[in-house]
Design a protein around this ligand. Structure first.
Ligand SMILES: NC(=O)c1ccc[n+]([C@@H]2O[C@H](COP(=O)([O-])OP(=O)(O)OC[C@H]3O[C@@H](n4cnc5c(N)ncnc54)[C@H](OP(=O)(O)O)[C@@H]3O)[C@@H](O)[C@H]2O)c1
Length: 218
């Protein structure tokens, strides 16, 4: 039976692209989570229309967490602390893949290091040792996720302190059409999150939408 992955805050820019790709791969049952059930159901139904089948369900974030051990978080950094505090108890024993980039508007192309070292480390501190936090997918823009081709010409750097949890993120990257690369412990997330600001700046300077990263030599 295929695994279930829940995309919390999956109603925005980044979440639906990931959800669509995971559902399309046939390897995952996908749940879109939202603060509002109706919004989650609406986005799920829009994605299902594009997929031509009822492959994605919409749920309130809390129910989405209850439904699986594998959760992905795609929310703005400004909502990170409060959202994780609210979901902390429900997430115990599970894997949380954090896509959050601690951008500091308006200068989103300047690297911002948050007080806890990185959003990934802050998530781990908020959730405690009972949750295996992985940091991933921050360098893949929504423009790439929306491409028709199944392969995306970007790598996904994956940071975390639990090998089994990182293996889940590597499998998710592959199912979304990318190569997932173990980039070391969660403390390395600061660099991966920071790269996103650099990519945003490159996008602006080159008038493009999808600067990305690829590791050579592997
Ligand atoms: N967009 C990209 O291309 C991209 C690329 C790489 C990484 N990222 C990172 O991925 C994360 C999500 O990006 P995004 O562009 O998808 O963000 P977004 O569209 O602004 O927001 C995503 C979802 O977060 C939820 N949300 C918004 N404010 C909230 C709040 N105060 N409390 C709780 N939930 C809230 C909303 O879901 P509900 O209203 O349904 O609850 C919203 O649909 C960010 O940290 C971003 O830096 C984005």
């Amino acid at each position: 039976m295929s695994k279930t992955v829940a995309v919390l805050g999956g109603t925005g820019n980044e979440g639906p692209g990931l959800a669509l790709r995971w559902a399309k791969s046939g390897k995952y049952q996908v749940i879109i989570g939202s603060r509002q059930l109706e919004k989650a159901q609406r986005v799920a139904s829009e994605l299902n229309e594009r997929l031509g089948g009822e492959l994605i369900r919409g749920m309130a974030n809390e129910d989405a967490v209850r439904a699986t051990d594998l959760c992905v978080l795609t929310i703005p950094y400004s909502a990170h602390h409060a959202t994780l505090t609210g979901l902390r108890d429900l997430l115990q024993g599970k894997i949380l893949i954090d896509v959050t980039v601690p951008l500091k508007p308006p200068k989103v192309s300047h690297v911002n290091v948050p007080p806890g070292g990185s959003a990934g480390q802050e998530a781990q501190a908020i959730l405690g040792a009972g949750v295996r936090v992985v940091s991933a997918f921050q360098n893949v823009g929504m423009a790439h996720l929306a491409e028709d081709e199944s392969h995306i010409d970007c790598d996904v750097l994956i940071c975390g302190d639990h090998k089994d949890a990182k293996a889940e993120a590597i499998a998710l990257a592959q199912a979304a059409g990318m190569r997932g690369i173990d980039a070391g412990p969660l403390q390395n997330a600061v660099v991966v999150e920071g790269l996103t600001s650099i990519l945003i700046g490159i996008n602006v300077r080159h008038k493009i939408k999808g600067a990305g990263i690829k590791i050579t030599g592997i």
